[in-house]
Design a protein around this ligand. Sequence first.
Ligand code: AP5
Ligand code: MG
Length: 209
Amino acid sequence: MNIIFLGPPGAGKGTQAQKICAALNIPQISTGDILRRAMKDGTETGLKAKSYIEAGKLVPDEVIIDIVKERLAMDDCRNGYILDGFPRTVPQAEALDTIAKIDHVIELAVDDQVLVERLSGRRVCVKCGATYHLSMLGGKTNCAVCGEELIQRKDDSAETVLARLEVYHAQTAPLIGYYEKKGLLQRIDGAQGMDNTYAAILNALGVQA
Ligand code: AP5
Ligand code: MG
């Protein structure tokens, strides 16, 4: 099953993609994670992406399309995948149409106000990428999975979060109509608890919990 997770920053794409990928035994392809790794490793792509990410803007389509083409050609994508954070513009969606057949587009819908609160409290593990919210950590500062230190993403600062939301509404939200027209879009309320959201996604995919 080839699946797209669409939704604004903080909607829970990463949180849910990790769980659904584990349940279906398919890879999670997060373009945000790929770019952050490239930045950490100081690669050419990472250097190109840094200023865009830190300003809350999208990196240029041609950069990201090449990354995704290369990733989808890998062996582990043969039985399906979840695209988490791609496509994010109409040209990206059109490029994807030329290389993949998408089965489901899951839109996670959450109000902006809730998103700002979620992102300002998000903490992520620098090593394994596990995601938490301050409200669930009870003062702990290390990852429950691997023990590594938890950090706040640089682009989760209040100012950058607002810029990312603006970019979402202007450049990514048009994809809702794009996939609706193709009959692929399923909208899920992402403001319910994590377990209810998970169950709703499995149901939309036609998978037994
Ligand atoms: P990316 O890393 O993809 O960021 P994003 O889309 O802004 O989304 P986030 O990762 O911030 O949110 P999420 O939906 O994954 O939420 P999460 O599960 O963590 O991209 C970063 C940057 O890279 C972009 O700004 C851009 O510059 C660049 N980029 C990436 N892809 C690109 C592309 N295709 N084209 C161009 N540029 C690209 O959850 C958030 C918080 O909420 C957590 O604390 C979590 O614990 C909590 N939470 C989750 N679900 C729930 C729930 N149901 N109830 C309560 N809390 C919840
Ligand atoms: Mg994410």
